[in-house]
Design a protein around this ligand. Structure first.
Ligand code: GLU
Length: 431
């Protein structure tokens, strides 16, 4: 058993995802001969908001934090997208992620444009009270921008249902009444949707079953999952429970390997009760500890990068052995790595489809909040599967129509761009 230094080092500064996102946009735009007028429009951002704000810390001191909210496009409806708390947030990343949300919402055909937000902070270093102070103050700064008909935040890396509860409460208090539709990803008891928490991971599972239908689904496949947060843990568990062998699994601290398959159900319940993945593996002899990078280059059928962006790069794409990659994270593959995968015949189910389950159920939550009613989890999952399967088939059909050399990412981008352009054309320009 080797013990190594962890883990998922975050990509170095300068390897942000804006360049890749724009390169992928232009590749799709070239294929459909998008006119310059729409190219310019769609590579601009409606609102770029940046703020520095004070937060009272537990020791009585005041600390200044920096936060962003970027709205990309509103042609198809109010903007939608998560807010992340991470020490690595940059404004350029947030701009890229906002643009990806525009295509993602259009691909699954929900009536939203794209947005993203972030605060430069390591949430694990703050107490609950400090996190609450930070969230409430940031929400106050965002007041002119957000709203149930304007821009609707949701959780992302480093934020969760509790964060959304504080945001909803802060926004509602300043209006004088409760406005549940201002954010999604809330606790179910506060108007959140059944199934929202698991939606992104469940979406990955539904899409894999659809993609592998002709081969009998995921059962019997070998899988490597990078990331054991909200997305990776649920995806890994559902894949495991459907009869696949999850050979590799990693979280932010350690990477695990078991040649017979990891008992993900047990890992999930251990971590769900506040336990540590590595300690669980060591104590139960459930897996050996391996290098973080092994998870990406594992000899498996399916790779699920579900941690952070820019982990599959020109440096390691040549060593990837999986024949199918499904992107749980946003932007885990750089444009160069994407090209290498294409050349090597590795299929990539792209982020704007693969992880769209989250925003899809956010849409269901928003609809429920506005009607003050609650769907059952069975209904949520059924509708989620329907929207994702439709999106998958639209993309597969489109890729086949464009012809050889059109990846699923390119087809997804084409569909996203075309749907936004259609809305722009119908609305026209004002004044
Ligand atoms: N943060 C998630 C994403 O990147 C969900 C966004 C939402 O639900 O609005 O898609």
């Amino acid at each position: 058993m080797t013990t190594t230094t962890p883990t998922l080092a975050h990509p170095a500064a300068g390897e942000g995802i804006l360049a890749s996102t724009l390169a992928q946009f232009h590749a799709a735009a070239d294929t459909i001969n998008l006119s310059d007028r729409y190219r310019a429009y769609l590579t601009s951002w409606k609102t770029v908001f940046q703020t520095q704000f004070p937060v009272q810390m537990d020791d009585g001191s005041i600390k200044i934090f920096e936060g962003y909210r970027v709205l990309h496009d509103t042609a198809r409806g109010p903007t939608k997208g998560g807010i992340r708390y991470s020490p690595h947030v940059t404004l350029d990343d947030v701009r890229a992620l906002a643009m990806l949300m525009t295509w993602k919402c259009a691909v699954v055909n929900i009536p939203f444009g794209g947005a993203k937000g972030g605060v430069i902070v390591d949430p694990t270093k703050l107490s609950q009270q400090e996190l609450q102070n930070l969230t409430r103050r940031f929400t106050t700064e965002l007041e002119p921008i957000i709203g149930p008909d304007k821009d609707i935040p949701a959780p992302d890396m480093g934020t969760n249902a509790q964060t959304m509860a504080w945001m909803m409460d802060t926004y509602s208090m300043s209006r004088g009444y409760t406005i549940p539709g201002v954010v999604t990803g809330k606790p179910v008891s506060l108007g959140g949707s059944a199934g929202r928490n698991e939606a992104t991971g469940r979406g990955i599972y539904f899409l894999l079953q659809e993609h592998l239908q002709a081969q009998g689904g995921v059962a019997g496949k070998t899988v490597s999952v990078q990331g054991f947060g909200n997305v990776g843990s649920v995806a890994a568990r559902l894949i495991h429970e459907a009869g696949a062998k999850v050979l590799y699994l990693s979280d932010v601290r350690s990477a695990l390997y078991n040649p017979n398959g990891i008992d993900v159900t047990a890992a999930y319940s251990h971590v769900g009760q506040g336990g540590d993945l590595r300690k669980w593996a060591e104590a139960s002899d459930a897996a050996q500890i391996v290098e973080a990078e092994d998870v990406l280059t594992a000899d498996v059928d399916i790779l699920v990068p579900a941690a952070v962006e820019s982990v599959l790069t020109a440096n390691n794409a040549g060593q990837v052995r999986a024949r199918l990659i499904i992107e749980g994270a946003n932007g885990p593959t750089t444009a160069e790595a994407d090209q290498i995968f294409e050349d090597r015949g590795i299929v990539v189910i792209p982020d704007i489809l693969a992880n769209a389950g989250g925003v899809t159920v956010s849409y269901f939550e928003w609809v429920q909040a506005r009607q003050y009613l609650q769907w059952t989890e069975a209904r949520v999952n059924e509708e989620l599967q329907r929207l994702l399967t439709t999106a998958y088939r639209d993309i597969a059909t489109r890729a086949a129509k464009v012809g050889p050399g059109c990846s699923m990412r390119e087809a997804a981008n084409i569909i996203g761009i075309e749907r936004v352009v259609e809305a722009l054309e119908l609305r026209g320009y004002y004044p």
